[in-house]
Design a protein around this ligand. Structure first.
Ligand code: PAD
Ligand code: ZN
Length: 382
């Protein structure tokens, strides 16, 4: 038998449950009854307990980033293992887990490289929306529904490959730790791993949403003496200031372009600039705002599908560095459980990154408050 499990009532059976199905873009997500197949070999079925709404989910719904549809979105989730497929060894039913939008197979050349974190098993640049065996575990109204980045958390139950899961501590607070699936490692890793921000440095953070605010926290923890935050939505400023931003700018209220204003404010440009919006114009702004000789620009924002980044190469020639990373350069399965433990030991604070919680069925309200409100991260509770 291919499927083995300890959860006797539901294991081996198709589960019928509620999910928010993205049939199309630029429309609210309808709640639908879906069927979730049992996990096949190497797969795990999870009952989702909480899920964050990430800017990337919003980009997909606003059609900026293309993925196969209809799909169940959401990639930042905490849950409990309901059943496991044949050969799964690292988790068992009842375990608390985080889903990982970037898997770690620990066998491919990327995973075995000391710095590699983009496992070759997941095609991050062109997502298939399917499990590793090339099929889907979701159906709705007789139609196949795609997965998202091997995760899909806007559903009461999901199925993921074992390599896209991290077992976390049994006493982890499940209403909070979902943001350690994506928001926290992306922002913290951008600062600690990708940029390696130094004490006393000046940092610029473009975009003060979930990722930008996680970057602000990590810049402060690294000892940055000046952290300039930029956002067109001033409702984001109070939280960013509370987390460590020393100044906040609204580009729409400036008489000059942001890079000129920051050059004047600093005299020489910033040591580190982070783009956490996902627009090519602000990526170029981040690059031009760095110190001409030793400035480091890190792009975290996901640019619209098929867009092209263009700038005068002389901007780089004197020595500026342009970098980028996914999930903060962390090896996900190895590091994310440690971030959960660090949080539980109060070594890192993630509570201030969660500004809103809503019941799962109010997911569309969550997207609204992310788009227009003072939301840093909205966590859906199931
Ligand atoms: P978010 O929607 O919470 O934050 C984006 C912020 O940018 C909001 O506060 C907006 O008001 C602000 N903004 C929008 N346009 C502008 C503008 N023109 N100038 C200044 N500010 C603006 O999203 P998020 O923080 O969850 O995600 C931010 C980006 O990071 C987004 O592109 C997302 O796709 C990307 C991301 N990358 C990774 C990765 O691993 N690299 C992981 C997760 C998210
Ligand atoms: Zn994300």
């Amino acid at each position: 038998m291919e499927h083995t499990s300890l959860s006797k009532e539901t294991a081996c059976n198709v589960i019928t449950c509620w999910a928010a199905v993205a049939w199309t873009t630029n429309a609210p997500l309808p709640m639908e009854i879906i069927e979730v197949d049992p996990p096949k070999a190497g797969e795990v079925r999870i009952k989702i307990i909480s899920s964050g709404i990430c800017g990337t989910d919003n980009h997909i719904l606003e059609e900026k980033n293309k993925v196969p549809l209809p799909a169940i979105l959401g990639h930042e989730g905490a849950g409990i293992v309901e059943s496991i497929g044949h050969g799964v060894t690292t988790v068992k039913p009842g375990d608390k887990v985080l889903v990982l939008p970037l898997p770690e197979c620990r066998k491919c050349i990327y995973c075995l490289h000391p710095r590699g974190n983009v496992c070759e098993k997941e095609n991050v640049l062109s997502p298939t929306g399917l499990m590793l065996d090339g099929t889907s575990r979701f159906t709705c109204k007789g139609k196949k529904i795609y997965h998202l980045y091997g995760t899909s958390t806007f559903t009461e139950y999901t199925v993921v490959d074992e390599i896209s899961l991290a077992k976390i501590a049994d006493d982890a607070p499940m209403d909070k730790v979902c943001v350690i699936s994506c928001e926290v490692p992306t922002g913290f890793g951008a600062v600690f791993n990708t940029a390696q921000v130094t004490a006393g440095s000046t940092c610029l953070v473009l975009g003060l949403g979930g990722i930008g605010c996680a970057i602000v926290i990590a810049c402060k923890a690294s000892g940055a003496s000046r952290i300039i935050g930029v956002d067109i939505n001033e409702q984001k400023f109070p939280r960013a200031r509370a987390l460590g931003a020393t100044e906040c700018l609204n580009p729409n209220k400036l008489k000059k372009p942001v890079h000129e204003v920051v050059m004047e404010m600093t005299g020489i440009g910033v040591d580190f600039a982070f783009e956490a919006i996902g627009l090519i114009e602000t990526m170029v702004t981040a690059l031009k705002t760095c110190h001409v000789s030793y400035g480091v620009c890190v792009i975290m924002g996901v640019a619209p599908s098929d867009s092209q980044l263009s700038f005068d190469p002389m901007v780089l020639l004197p020595g500026r560095t342009l970098k980028s990373s996914i999930m903060g350069d962390y090896k996900t399965r190895d590091t994310i459980p440690k971030l959960v433990t660090d949080y539980m030991l109060k070594k890192i604070n993630i509570d201030s990154l969660i500004t809103h919680t809503l019941p799962f069925k109010k997911i569309n309200e969550g997207f609204e408050v992310l788009r227009k409100g003072n939301c840093i991260r909205c966590v859906l509770l199931f």
